[in-house]
Design a protein around this ligand. Structure first.
Ligand code: SAM
Ligand code: SF4
Length: 326
C-alpha cells in the first residue's frame, strides 16, 4: 500500500529475538540488556500471523533480524512457515554469522533466499574487542557456509567507526577484488549505547568514499537482489562490490519502503521514531488477520515523512539496536 507520502510499503523487518550471543560495543552494553521472558515476546505462530496479515497491505519481502535471529529456537520452522506464504517473494536474514555453519543448510532447505552477515574488522584481536566475546574465524566459517549453500548475493554489513576500524576500509575494498562479497559500509547511528559515543566517532559515507577513491577507481555496479537504500559500486573487474548506507548524512527516507516488527510485537513504522503500535495486544485479543491488517494499515498511515536523527543524537535513547531490530 502507499503511505501518506506516496511511498510503496512492501518490506517488513522482523526482529525474532532481543537476545544475542555477541555484545558489540556500539549495539549492546557489556552486561546485555534486560531480556524479555518467553511470553513477553511474540510466539512463532504470532509472528506468522502478523506476516500473513501484512501481505494484505502489500508486504512482499521479509527480513529476519534481532538481536541474533539464529539464537531464536524454532527459527528454521519460522523460515519454512514464511516460505509457504504465497504472497511473500523474498526472505532474507541479517546475522552475525557465528551460527551459520550449523544452520546454513537447514535455512536454505527451509526457503531462505539471502543472508547479510555483519563484520566490522578483519583483525582477530579487534574482532574480539568489538564483539566482546566473538571469534573472527567463526564468522569466516559462516561466510563460507553461506557460499557453499549458494546464498546469493552474500552481503557484508560493516559499520565504520572513526579510530576503531576506519583504517581497514581499503582492506575490505580489496577483499571484493577476488571474493564475491558485497560490502556495505554503514554509518554509525547514535542509537542506544552509541548515542553516548563522542561525535567524532561518526564518519560519513562521503568521507569513507573519499578514502577509497584516493586509491581505487569505482564504477557503478549493477543492482543486486534485495538492494534497498545502499548505492553499489565496484572496482573494475572485481568479483564483489561496495555499497554505502548513509542513514545520517544523506537520509533515504523518501525511498523508505519498510516497517519493523520488534520481538515483543510492536510495529514500528520508522526505525528512528519512537512511535509504535502494539500488535501483541491485538493478537492476544484474538483479532482476525483482516482486523490485524486494518491495525497495521493505520500504522502505515502514521509513518513519518522522515527522521531528524543526526550525529548528535535522535531522542529515543532508551532502546538499543538489538532491541528494536537492526
Ligand atoms: N545480530 C545480527 C547482526 O549483527 O547482523 C542482526 C541484528 S544487528 C542489530 C543488525 C545490524 O545493525 C548489524 O549489521 C549491526 O552492525 C547494525 N548496528 C547495530 N547497532 C548499530 C548502530 N548503532 N549504528 C549502525 N548500525 C548498527
Ligand atoms: Fe548482537 Fe548484532 Fe548487536 Fe552485535 S550488532 S550485539 S551481533 S545484535
Amino acid at each position: 500500500m502507499l503511505d501518506n507520502f506516496a511511498r510503496e510499503i512492501n518490506y517488513l523487518r522482523v526482529s525474532v529475538t532481543d537476545r544475542c550471543n555477541y555484545r558489540c560495543v556500539y549495539c549492546m552494553p557489556a552486561e546485555g540488556v534486560p531480556m524479555h521472558c518467553r511470553d513477553e515476546i511474540l510466539s512463532l505462530e504470532e509472528i506468522l500471523k502478523v506476516i500473513k496479515s501484512s501481505t494484505k497491505l502489500g508486504i512482499r519481502k521479509i527480513r529476519l533480524t534481532g538481536g541474533e535471529p539464529l539464537v531464536r529456537k524454532g527459527i528454521i520452522n519460522l523460515v519454512q512457515g514464511i516460505a509457504r506464504i504465497p504472497q511473500i517473494d523474498d526472505i532474507a536474514l541479517t546475522t552475525n554469522g557465528a551460527l551459520l555453519p550449523a544452520y546454513a543448510t537447514a535455512l536454505k532447505e527451509a526457503g531462505l533466499k539471502r543472508v547479510n552477515i555483519s563484520l566490522d574488522t578483519l583483525k582477530p584481536d579487534r574482532f574480539r574487542q568489538i564483539t566482546r566475546v566473538g571469534r573472527l574465524q567463526d564468522v569466516w566459517a559462516g561466510i563460507e557456509a553461506a557460499w557453499e549453500e549458494g546464498f546469493e548475493p552474500v552481503k557484508i554489513n560493516t559499520v565504520v567507526i572513526r579510530g576503531f576500524n576506519d583504517d581497514e576500509i581499503l582492506d575490505f575494498v580489496n577483499l571484493t577484488k577476488k571474493l564475491p562479497l558485497h560490502i556495505r559500509f554503514i554509518e554509525l547511528m547514535p542509537i542506544g549505547v552509541s548515542d553516548k559515543f563522542p561525535a567524532d566517532k561518526f564518519i560519513s559515507v562521503r568521507q569513507i568514499k573519499a578514502k577509497i577513491s584516493q586509491y581505487e577507481n569505482l564504477e557503478v555496479a549493477k543492482k543486486l537482489a534485495g538492494n534497498g537504500p545502499a548505492r553499489y559500486y565496484k572496482i573494475p573487474g572485481a568479483a564483489g562490490s561496495i555499497g554505502f548506507i548513509s542513514a545520517l548524512s544523506d537520509h533515504f527516507c523518501g525511498q523508505c519502503n519498510r516497517l519493523r516488527l520488534t520481538s515483543e510485537g510492536k510495529l514500528r513504522p520508522c526505525l528512528h521514531s519512537p512511535q509504535e503500535v502494539d500488535l501483541k495486544a491485538s493478537l492476544r485479543l484474538g483479532l482476525s488477520e483482516e482486523e490485524l491488517a486494518e491495525v497495521m494499515r493505520q500504522a502505515v498511515l502514521s509513518k513519518p515523512e522522515g527522521h531528524t536523527m543526526n550525529a548528535r543524537g535522535w531522542g529515543d535513547n532508551n532502546r538499543t539496536m538489538s532491541q528494536i531490530g537492526g
